[in-house]
Design a protein around this ligand. Structure first.
Ligand code: PRX
Length: 651
């Protein structure tokens, strides 16, 4: 599909960027006066407590500093400053799994956040800079907790509720968190599920840093209470004062950590700043989602991922919008759930992942016909490339061929969108994230900075710093430099490399071609193959393993493991039954070590892996085999070239 789709201008009353000329003017403004233009936006958007004295400090590059000397507070930016004009506007509309609803106005949100902030300060002695791990379901208290941390200057680290106790422990320990906020559990597909037992297990050892666990009641199931450590949020919150001054935060004070997979085993704690992060969250919210005063915006992500941080909580609230939070799953009670919600809440912007679109398309192709979706103006996608059939269904069936699709390309590390269409301005080509947003100097280059030829794959880099960029990897500045500034240079200076490949067409349209490292993208979630391999190796009978991505019709990429066992399993004396048993055991280990999100979609046992004489596993060959491709690579450098045919014969 190379057809171009023009924006439906009549659907936009007052967009901030009205057409491509305005886009180009803004790009030029940044080009002519990079810092001055950023300063203009920072002055206009942020309610500063104290003005900054330097826009961009590059003296310790790549540890860039933005708006140094300035003081502000993200919770104030997201809530308090709106109270004068929007106190009775819905800030968060919550819909539970079973359809229960709760609306928090900006005034009510301020009330809850202040009480929670006082609880953290008074009862748990949380001070500015302390780390708070949030392991919560998709309930308003998750957002309230994040904002309460921001209000008092504590650094939150939200851990996705699908991670196992081991993964949770790793993150708690790395951040040296002193408080964990969780819930008894929540509801999924009409049934209660539990979170607190996972926290209990995580805290069984090595977590001396954790002094308290604060538990929000959601599903009312019985849980264990550890005397002196565990406290009920619902009980303690009652007696807290609803007044709490916002802690003045330096622009560069960390707002949060969010752990993400890299190409080595250990997840990295991506550290974001306060002022720069919220500035870009708000600007992209306004530009890319064209948020208008009366709009209702819904992003289906989980707060455990960056999309949930920037585009459920911080971006929408900073922009003074109404954001929907949904506890349930899109296919329960049927594949029309999302469309029913769009009709009911008259959603104007709907933002989801291609995985969800593919699933909803497959499970309920005609479900959208049952609902009135005419309120929709903008449809967003994020997390992975969107394939043409999914795009077409989204555009035609959900958008009624009358919405702009914004294919937003970004990452945990970028804080917000970096390449994305502008809904009222950009003519869309399906599967292209189109152009870099103004202010983001995104370029496709070779390692040495040479621009890649039109139509050729290159490295997707951002060659100038931007305000919402990652500031550090928690506790590991060396890894920060190596991970992001080690591969590509421009004019001899290291530049930020995303880890993705990309391609540009003659007219400048950018297509993201996927990761160039050993990170795979499962249902729009980043999974380091090394992380999954490390988990699999914990099974007693595993000698070695290699994990690769394999195209998957719904998930985008699935996890494919080649496992070499130490000894052939012989529990039943039946090869197939024994192999299946071992596969189950290996998946159980993955579930314990990481969580169900990392379970293998396919696994085969092989006598050996294709290795070079120096012992390096040739993953390219394994990737090709998993895809069923013919092996065209040179196998003569392998220690045992025949292993390729042996593996191929088992596929
Ligand atoms: O490979 C890119 C892919 O998702 C990666 C970032 O994953 P994560 O940090 O978990 O954040 C996901 C949500 C922002 C990127 O390196 N990716 C993200 N958006 C797109 C995408 N690939 C293609 N098109 C996109 N729109």
């Amino acid at each position: 599909m190379s057809t171009m789709f023009q924006p439906k201008k009549e659907r936009f009353n007052n967009p901030l960027i009205k057409n491509m000329c305005e886009y180009q003017d803004l790009v030029a403004e940044f080009e002519n006066d990079f810092e001055g233009t950023w300063a203009k936006f920072a002055d206009e958007k942020i309610d500063w407590f104290k003005p900054y004295n330097k826009v961009l400090d590059e003296s310790e590059a790549p540890f860039y500093k933005w708006f140094s000397g300035g003081e502000m507070n993200v919770a104030h930016q997201c809530i308090d400053r709106h109270l004068e004009t929007k106190k009775n506007k819905a800030a968060i509309i919550f819909e539970g799994d079973n359809g229960d609803q709760k609306i928090l106005t900006y005034r009510e949100l301020a009330y809850e956040v202040n009480k929670t902030a006082n609880l953290f300060k008074g009862q748990f002695n949380i001070k500015k800079g302390d780390r708070v791990v949030i392991y919560m379901p998709m309930i308003p208290e998750a957002a309230v907790t994040m904002l309460a941390c921001a209000k008092i200057g504590a650094i939150h680290s939200v851990v996705f509720g699908g991670f196992s106790s081991e993964a949770l422990r790793d993150r708690i320990v790395d951040a040296e968190a002193s408080l964990v906020v969780t819930a008894d559990g929540a509801f999924r597909k009409g049934k209660p599920y539990m979170l607190k037992p996972i926290v209990d297990k995580a805290l069984e050892h090595d977590c001396e840093c954790v002094k308290n666990v604060c538990i929000v009641e959601r599903n009312g199931e019985d849980i264990h209470w550890e005397a002196g450590r565990d406290y009920s949020y619902n009980e303690l919150i009652k007696s807290q004062s609803p007044k709490c001054e916002a802690e003045p935060m330096e622009s560069e004070d960390p707002l949060f950590l969010l752990y993400t997979s890299g190409s080595t085993g250990k997840p990295k704690g991506v550290q974001h700043s306060s002022a720069g992060y919220i500035l870009w969250a708000q600007m992209t919210m306004e530009w890319v989602f064209d948020i208008q005063e009366n709009d209702t915006y819904w992003c289906t992500a989980d707060v455990g991922w960056i999309t949930g941080h920037t585009y459920i909580v911080y971006g929408p609230l900073a922009a003074g919008a109404t954001t929907v939070m949904f506890e349930g799953v899109p296919t329960f009670p049927d594949a029309g759930r999302c469309w029913k919600m769009v009709e009911e809440y008259q959603i104007n912007q709907f933002y989801t992942a291609p995985t969800a679109i593919r699933l909803l398309h497959k499970m309920g192709e005609n479900e959208p016909d049952k609902y009135d979706l005419s309120s929709l103006r903008i449809l967003g996608t994020v997390g992975e490339p969107i394939d043409p059939p999914a795009w077409k269904w989204y555009y035609e069936k959900i958008g009624g061929s009358n919405c702009s699709i914004v294919d937003t390309y970004w990452q945990t590390e970028t804080g917000g969108h970096i390449v994305s269409p502008l809904p009222a301005a950009t003519p869309i080509k399906p599967a292209s994230a189109t152009f870099p947003l103004p202010g983001i100097i995104a370029e496709i280059i070779e390692e040495d900075g040479t621009p890649t030829e039109v139509g050729e794959k290159g490295f997707m880099c951002v060659t100038k710093p931007w305000p919402s960029m990652i500031r550090n990897i928690w506790n590991d500045p060396e890894r920060f430099k190596k991970s992001y500034f080690g591969d590509c240079k421009k004019d001899g200076q290291p530049v930020y490399f995303t880890g993705d490949g990309a391609m540009m067409e003659e007219d400048g349209y950018i297509t993201i071609t996927g990761r160039t490292d050993d990170v795979i993208n499962v249902s729009g979630h980043r999974m380091g193959t090394a992380e999954v391999e490390a988990a699999i190796k914990k099974h007693d009978n595993v000698a070695s393993v290699a994990v690769v991505g394999k195209p998957h019709p719904i998930k985008g990429e699935g996890i494919f493991a080649y496992v070499v066992l130490k000894s052939v399993p012989m529990a039943h004396g039946d090869d197939i039954a024994d192999e299946l048993e071992t596969m189950k055991e290996i998946n159980a280990v993955i579930k314990t070590e990481i969580g169900a999100i990392a379970l293998c979609d396919a696994m085969i046992f092989v006598p050996d892996l294709p290795k070079t004489r120096s012992g390096k596993i040739m993953r390219r060959i394994l990737r090709s085999l998993a895809k069923g491709e013919e092996i065209t690579q040179d196998t003569s450098t392998l220690e045992d070239p025949s292993i390729v045919d042996t593996i191929a014969s088992k596929m």
